[in-house]
Design a protein around this ligand. Structure first.
Ligand code: IVH
Length: 673
């Protein structure tokens, strides 16, 4: 029976590949189903454990979806270009940085879906993550397993498989399948997906993998991110090898000797892209040679060796029905045009920002005007033109309010600033926005805390600042509209989880004026803790590279007014206060005789209480060294959750392993002295 089972598994894998990856089925669906049923029956009868890479195991598993897991290296986004000139500038920059050594460019289609990372160990698919915030992704392994074009096991026919392989790709839903999904959703009374991309994203986040399995998801793998035991000279070569391993790569790739050729490839696809069965929003241009890619490196957001070259924005005409004012978390009043719904680039658009009072005046936008909307790539639609020739005379000019529409306090206009602000500290609109920002994905990432819930929390006086979130209890929460005990329980759990967020995320989440993600990271790199930062002077803050006087003043100003908020967060038990306190103290000591001093560490897996970067800082502050790979020179491996190949290597080399708890104890030992 064993051999028949093995034979069937191989045969089914073969047909899956033919059907889902190569688009060349060799047998009918019914024949395929017969094979599958036979395998299921044999597996059940044998009583032996079924390996996770058996074709019968696409739905099941039971891993916890949504766990945050660090990416091996950041999952970057792409810088965009929109015309031939911007493309040429990219080419010139590349050539300048490479000191005119001629580079070749690989081009491919930019698939409009959801970026994911797939990890194979010894040829078996073990983990899949979303992009998340780029540093940490969400575990969506079980949902990715349901995608038939994601091989559960790599092909080993032509070459051996690597011990570890990490690839990145785009999950998408074919254009024509969206209608079918939406029809089914309409019947079920569920909200419709506005475009294939949202449908793909929504499907990958489902808690129930069997529902994901019913969605027609597909994938194209576009980058080899990490491999052990193989070397490739170019991206093109790596794509070829990934195909040999049975991964599904897009066939429309090319390689060019000049930027002019790239422009030609782009122009061809401008015409042909509508014939493709999936959405593309541009092409991606990559410097082909890996050694050049390394030389060019990356900024904090984008690689310098690649760029997206977007297809032209799509336009639509509609009418402004109303202009409303929204109050942001810093009190800025933003006018928003409420539009007669119009479909644009696959999404239904109902409003567009008008930015500020001046913009309305400059464009002379009036209620009732016909306007031209543009949606470039996936950015929020913008009004590019007012069709003044279409005016009937019934249009009404908009009068910008002198009072906050939410709290009715007078607004403030500052000389030299376009923004009009509500300066009332008690304004609930601002509070709601601050909470939303605190909970947002790149800050504390509290899922399930959406605008509707925040509205209720604030309106029912359950939350007066972000620290109050930590006092919320399941019972009163469950009484809110559209809540119930399970969601309330989940929300409390999510809020509790957020306590472990790294200090830079908390700092960003506080929503200090001018403190975006990058600034928050810079500040923490220098000051290490919120306490230290809150004691810093404008001059000290300004002395950090990349921080100007405006930011410094804003930070000092914030902390001078927010000591009680900080205290409440500390009482709530946010990890960043305890950990950062430890590291600040250790900064003061010289670290020469600490446990860490002179030793070499490798940090792997995800730590609950801090990021790996923070952990490295702690070690370095105490005189230790941190390297990225485990060798015989490594003194200790610090292994967090989900440690993989490095863990195995350390065991093999007999290198002592510290758990997160051990590591924290070592950190504190020294701090307590
Ligand atoms: S390369 C560092 N290639 O577009 C390399 N990305 O707007 C980064 N995307 O996050 C990505 N098709 O999810 C690359 N052929 C392709 C792509 C592609 C779609 C997505 C990807 C990325 C986003 C950036």
């Amino acid at each position: 029976m064993r051999t028949e089972i093995d034979g069937l598994r191989a045969l089914i894998r073969h047909h899956e590949r033919k059907y889902y990856i190569e688009n060349h089925p060799e047998i009918s669906d019914t024949e395929f189903d017969v094979l599958m049923k036979r395998l299921e029956a044999l597996e059940a009868a044998s009583g032996a454990p079924i390996p996770p890479d058996s074709p019968t195991q696409r739905v099941g598993g039971g891993a916890v979806l949504g766990t945050r897991i660090p990416h091996r290296n950041p999952m970057l986004s792409l810088n965009n270009s929109y015309d031939a000139q911007e493309l040429r500038e990219f080419g010139e920059r590349v050539q300048r940085l490479l000191e005119d050594v001629p580079a070749e460019y690989a081009t491919e289609l930019k698939i409009d879906g959801l970026g994911v990372s797939l990890i194979y160990e010894d040829g078996v698919f073990v983990r899949g993550l979303t992009r998340g915030d780029g540093e940490y992704g969400e575990d969506i392994t079980d949902n990715l397993r349901t995608i038939r074009s994601v091989p559960l096991r790599l092909l080993e026919t032509e070459t051996r498989v690597p011990a570890v392989l990490e690839v990145r790709g785009e999950v998408f839903i074919p254009k024509d399948r969206l209608n079918a999904i939406n029809e089914a959703r309409e019947t079920a009374g569920e909200p419709l997906f506005a475009n294939p991309r949202n449908a793909a994203a929504g499907s990958l986040r489902l808690q129930d993998a069997s529902i994901t399995a019913s969605r027609p998801l597909d994938i194209f793998v576009y980058n080899l991110n990490y491999v052990e035991g193989f070397e490739f000279e170019t991206h093109t070569e790596s794509l070829e090898q990934m195909k040999r391993w049975g991964l599904k790569c897009n066939p429309h790739t090319a390689c060019h000797k000049s930027i002019e050729e790239v422009q030609h490839y782009y122009e061809q696809w401008v015409k042909k892209r509508h014939d493709l069965p999936y959405e593309t929003d541009g092409i991606v241009v990559k410097v082909d040679r890996f050694s050049y890619q390394h030389e060019l490196g990356a900024t904090s957001k984008y690689p310098r060796w690649a760029i997206a070259y977007k297809f032209n924005a799509q336009r639509a005409t509609t009418t402004i029905e109303k202009i409303e004012i929204q109050v942001g978390r810093t009190g800025v009043l933003t006018p928003v045009a409420i539009l007669k719904p119009v479909v644009l680039a696959g999404a239904t658009i109902t409003h567009a920002t008008l930015h500020n009072e001046q913009e309305i005046q400059a464009k002379d936008v009036r209620v009732g005007d016909r306007i031209v909307l543009e949606r470039a790539g996936d950015v929020i639609p913008k009004i590019v033109e007012v069709l003044t020739a279409d005016r009937t005379g019934d249009e009404v000019a908009f009068v910008f309010p002198d009072r906050c529409p939410i709290c009715d306090m007078p607004v403030k206009r500052t000389e030299g600033e376009v923004a009009v602000r509500c300066v009332d500290v008690g304004c609930v609109a601002q509070l709601k926005r601050r909470i939303a920002h605190y909970a947002s994905r790149n800050a504390l990432q509290i899922e399930g805390l959406g605008p509707a819930t925040i509205d209720q929390l604030v309106d029912n006086d359950m939350v007066g600042d972000v620290a109050d979130l930590y006092a919320l209890e399941v019972k009163p929460l469950s009484k809110l509209e559209r809540m119930g005990v399970p969601s309330a329980g989940n929300l409390v759990h999510q809020i509790e989880q957020s306590k472990t967020a790294p200090v830079e995320k908390v700092l960003f989440g506080l929503g200090i004026f001018h403190v975006g993600e990058t600034v928050a990271e810079l500040l923490i790199e220098r000051f290490l803790s919120l306490d230290a930062l809150s004691e810093a002077t404008v001059e000290e803050i300004q002395s950090v590279d990349g921080i100007g006087p405006q930011i410094a003043e804003s930070v000092v100003n914030f902390f001078s007014q927010s000591q009680s908020l900080l205290e409440k967060l500390r009482q709530a038990g946010l990890y960043c206060f305890t950990i950062a306190a430890a590291s600040t103290r250790s900064e003061a000591s010289d670290g020469a005789d600490s446990f860490f001093s002179g030793k070499t560490f490798v940090v792997t897996g995800s730590l609950e209480g801090m990021t790996r970067t923070e952990a490295s800082k702690e070690i370095k502050a105490r005189g230790g060294r941190v390297t990225s790979s485990v060798t015989s020179k490594t003194d200790y491996l610090i292994a967090g959750e989900g440690a993989g190949s490095k863990y195995a290597k350390a065991v093999e080399l007999d290198i002592p392993i510290l758990t997160e708890t051990d590591f924290f104890q070592k950190l504190e030992q020294r701090d307590a002295e």
